[in-house]
Design a protein around this ligand. Structure first.
Ligand SMILES: [Zn+2]
Length: 126
């Protein structure tokens, strides 16, 4: 028999989670205002100290991502993620690597290019 895990156990109930000291995620981000109607809370905006409640419209929320982060916060997270990727792999390094790959496989690239050109010519003629 395996010993119990040292990390927080996987729990499915809030009571068990509380007994094990795990704070369950509880969504409490809905409110009603007479002028705007229902509004949802963006946790990321709240962390940054921005107004955290946004009207539940497609302008502020992307249904694919639910009601946990507003569109602006999702876009910012995406931007930071891509910036980190670019920082790990700067343009000069990328260009140098691509150039080396091209020179090593020049014949293959030229062959593919010729095939592609022929295909496009055929599509245009058709
Ligand atoms: Zn937000």
């Amino acid at each position: 028999m395996t010993p119990p895990a040292a990390t927080a156990p996987a729990t499915s109930s809030a009571g068990a989670a509380r007994r094990h000291g795990v704070v369950p995620y509880r969504y409490r981000g809905l409110r009603w205002s007479p002028e705007m109607g229902f509004e949802a809370r963006c946790d990321s905006c709240a962390e940054r100290g921005v107004t955290a409640y946004w009207p539940i419209t497609l302008e502020f929320w992307n249904p694919v991502h639910g009601l946990r982060r507003c569109r602006a916060c999702l876009a910012e997270a995406d931007r930071l993620r891509h910036r980190a990727i670019r920082a790990r792999n700067p343009r000069e390094v990328r260009k140098e690597r691509d150039r080396a790959r091209y020179l090593a496989n020049r014949d293959f690239f030229l062959l593919k290019q010729r095939e592609r050109d022929a295909r496009r010519r055929a599509e245009r003629a058709a």
